[in-house]
Design a protein around this ligand. Structure first.
Ligand SMILES: [Zn+2]
Ligand SMILES: [Zn+2]
Length: 268
């Protein structure tokens, strides 16, 4: 059965991903205003009223800004780890009765024909997770806001046909950025910050060998990266590793201000 996947917004200014099957439609994060997310859904011909829940990766504002508003407007279940909930409670505001669904890393849950597995990721938040989605033989992964590449989280991305993979910054651009304090630079570059283009590329090359067909580069920093640099870094590394971009692996981008491509995955 087909699995649909669309990055609605992706950058350090706001994140939300649409995932849908024939029976289940959900969002991963809602880090923009409720209105922005509704309009992005309409652009891909998904009525906001048909969304069945929001899965939260972590409590940073670029992931939860619109969660409370959408949950109240559509009486939506919010799937969230307990420590993330405790850290985001005030920013979420009151959720409608019965809509809080506590989830745990590494414990899969099934919603209709969609199976969702949260997995722990290294990031400076209370209990951050990525998600793996499976419907029939189709699978996709959301892996952004990750401090380092290691097999603890990578094993949940292996075998997926599509991955939204963080490619946050170009290290030199970040180091030279006069608007970022040394402390902020240190945080981003740390093992619990964000994946640089080079980090992302090393994860990518490893995942292609395990069946990844499409990578969508995500969570690009508007100040410390450009889509061209992220794309070039990925395609050059793939080429150096002997992979043909286009036929063996598609490298795609997501955007900070509008939805990316709506992918339909039905093969392994
Ligand atoms: Zn983020
Ligand atoms: Zn974050």
């Amino acid at each position: 059965m087909p699995l649909q996947f669309c990055p609605l917004y992706s950058s350090s200014q706001g994140n939300s991903v649409y995932v849908g099957t024939s029976r289940t439609r959900i969002l991963v994060d809602a880090g923009k205003s409720g209105k922005s997310i509704e309009s992005a859904l309409r652009l891909i011909h998904v009525a906001p009223e048909t969304i069945g829940g929001i899965f939260i990766t972590h409590e940073h504002i670029d992931h939860i800004m619109g969660v409370g508003i959408l949950a109240r407007r559509y009486n939506l279940p919010v799937y969230i780890c307990e420590k993330t909930y405790l850290a985001s409670r005030e920013k979420l505001g009151a959720l409608p009765d019965g809509t809080l669904r506590l989830i745990e890393p590494f414990t899969p849950l099934t919603l209709g024909d969609l199976t969702v597995t949260p997995f722990a990721i290294p990031h400076d938040a209370a209990q951050p997770v990525g998600f793996r989605f499976e419907a029939g033989a189709a699978s996709a992964v959301v892996a952004t806001d990750i401090g380092n590449v290691n097999d603890k989280w990578m094993r949940f991305a292996r075998g997926a046909s599509l991955a939204l993979l963080e490619s946050n910054h170009n290290v030199e651009m970040l180091k030279r950025n006069p608007n970022y304090s040394p402390a902020l630079k240190k945080r981003i570059l740390s093992q619990h910050g964000h994946l640089s283009n080079e980090d992302s590329t090393s994860a990518l090359v490893s995942l292609v060998g395990d069946g990844l067909k499409t990578v969508v580069l995500g969570h690009l920093s508007p100040e410390n990266n450009t889509p061209e640099l992220a794309y070039q870094c990925a395609t050059e590394a793939l080429k150096n590793a002997g992979y043909q971009t286009g036929s063996q692996i598609r490298v795609e981008l997501s955007y900070r201000d509008h939805p990316g491509r709506l992918y339909t995955l039905d093969e392994r």
